[in-house]
Design a protein around this ligand. Structure first.
Ligand code: NAD
Length: 493
């Protein structure tokens, strides 16, 4: 049975005005499981109007009361965790343990935002001058909007949503048109927690909706997570329209392996970092830089051998569903085609295809979008397969003579999301964390994705704005500081 996704506007579910419907596929089987409406700009404007109307009452609601529905929401989400995780796997194709972990990050983000009565407090400087006090108050602004990518349909909206609501703003989310079912299931729970109508709204569709967000005079800001190309377009339009903008983009995350690394632990960790979510995490590792001839040889042999053993399957197959490391499909036929073209490019550029994942077929899933683990060795910095975010299970291995040279390889490319080093040497680790131009650094941790209490975000082409997601950092995006300078003259005697 296929499901038609609906919009949630002003507290009411409805079939939106649209310019057509897009199929939603289970990427493991190729089966159509639903349809996403491509909402019109008018439909986006209706959601913004509902959010704008709700702002006055919501922003005046005491912050301690604003967080109460969020406490209720975490409890409801916990109760429904397994059901939503399975929906996520069905439409996106990551493993069930990964989807459960994604749900846990939602709970964590809501819990942090529930601290808003403390986090949103301002400052007061008594005696800024003679008989004059200075005060900083942090106020909500109005309607904010969010545009989500396909790879974390549950977690990414929650890097922003609970903070926007807890600070007193009202919100409109556009889910990824490829995976809208997860956010629909979550919104059904949001509907139950008794937020005033219009405080939260969900609009489905494509870039038409995003353009309407940017053009609408009542929208104060937009948080986008997606490819760097989309971030560039959206960030430029937001700047021209005078909107606040967060734009978190693509990545090419490197793993540096030093000669003293603990090889078996390192290889195990690298495998999950590279192939978890079929390489479609923004923090997925996709380039290994081995330092020294001996480590290069070891990594080429051991990593390729371990890659060959990765279990590839439909993640909802009961025989594998609870396996900690199972690799599912990539998101779509289009994405698979791009990955296959990039493998072909690597071969043409002269890299050695040490493991070829093309042609892999999962029995019973012949229409699924699977690509097997793929490893290139003898890769030179600056090759297309090094410069491009492939966003699939394709890993390249490069060699560097020194740590300085390895850091240069990372810093010379455009992205700066995450990077990790494997070493037992504190001095090397310290140099790496200080000199590598990436926003998130791992030391013997392949996916250094910060917990919700800390900011999440990269630099360079991976972050086209300056305020990161989640934690205390994102509160600055959703509030403006008003600074008051006050004095009172003495009464006339
Ligand atoms: P995408 O850029 O294709 O789409 C992201 C969102 O933007 C979607 O909702 C889409 O409808 C919208 N969109 C697409 N083109 C647009 C346009 N021209 N104007 C306005 N809106 C537009 O990205 P995707 O394929 O869904 O997601 C994968 C990408 O997201 C990867 O590059 C990945 O690295 C990145 N990502 C980054 C982070 C991070 O923290 N930096 C996190 C997750 C994903």
């Amino acid at each position: 049975m296929t499901v038609n996704v609906r919009n949630y506007v002003g507290g009411i579910w409805g079939d939106p005005e649209n310019s057509g419907y897009l199929d939603i596929e289970n990427p493991s089987t190729g089966e159509v499981i639903g349809k996403t409406p491509l909402s019109t700009a008018g439909e986006a404007n209706r959601a913004i109007a509902a959010a704008a109307e709700a702002f006055e009452g919501w922003s005046r609601t005491p912050v301690g009361r604003r967080v109460q529905p969020l406490f209720e929401l975490t409890a409801l989400l916990r109760k429904n965790e397994e059901r939503i995780a399975r929906t996520l796997v069905e439409e996106m194709g990551k493993s069930l343990p990964d989807a459960r972990a994604e749900m846990k990050r939602i709970f964590e983000n809501i819990e942090v935002a529930c601290g808003m009565p403390v986090l949103q407090q301002g400052d007061k400087l008594v005696g800024a001058s003679y008989d004059i006090d200075g005060e900083v108050i942090r106020l909500p602004l109005g309607v904010f909007t969010m545009v989500a990518p396909f790879n974390f349909p549950a977690m990414v909206p929650f890097w922003f949503l609970p903070y926007a609501l807890a600070t007193g703003n009202t919100y409109v989310v556009k889910a990824s048109e490829q995976v809208p079912l997860t956010m629909q299931a979550i919104t059904e729970l949001i509907d139950e927690v008794g937020l005033p109508n219009g405080v939260f709204n969900l609009v489905n569709g494509d870039k038409t909706v995003v353009e309407a967000f940017i053009e609408h005079p009542q929208v104060k800001g937009l948080s986008l997570v997606g490819s760097t190309k989309t971030c560039q377009i959206v960030a430029a339009k937001c700047a021209a329209a005078g909107k606040r903008c967060q734009a978190m983009g693509g990545a090419k995350n490197h793993l540096v392996t030093m000669p003293d690394a603990k090889v078996p632990d390192m290889i195990r960790n690298m495998i999950t970092s590279c192939y978890g979510c079929a390489g479609q995490r923004c923090m997925a590792s996709s380039a290994i830089v081995a330092v020294g001839d001996e480590m290069y040889k070891t990594v080429c042999e051991e990593f390729t051998k371990a890659s060959r053993e990765v279990l590839v399957a439909d993640p909802l197959d009961p025989a594998v569903a609870d396996e900690p490391m199972v690799m599912g499909p990539v998101i779509s036929a289009k994405s698979k085609q791009f990955i296959l073209e990039m493998i072909e490019t690597g071969v043409k550029e002269g890299a050695t295809l040490a493991l070829d994942g093309r042609g892999l077929v999962v029995p019973g899933c012949e229409k699924g979008h699977f690509v097997g683990p793929t490893v290139f060795t003898d890769v030179q910095p600056g090759m297309e397969i090094h410069k491009t975010e492939i966003f699939g299970p394709v890993v390249i291995i490069l060699k560097a003579d020194t740590l300085d040279a390895a850091i240069r390889i990372i810093n010379d490319q455009q992205y700066g999301n995450g990077a990790s080093i494997y070493t037992q040497n504190g001095r090397h680790a310290r140099q790496f964390k200080l000199e590598t131009e990436c926003g998130m650094i791992g030391i013997n941790v392949g996916i250094p994705a910060p917990v919700a209490h800390l900011p999440f975000g990269g630099m360079k082409a991976s972050l086209l704005s300056d305020i990161k997601a989640q934690g205390k950092a994102v509160i600055n995006f959703f509030t403006h500081d008003k600074i008051i300078t006050e004095r009172y003259w003495p009464e006339d005697e």
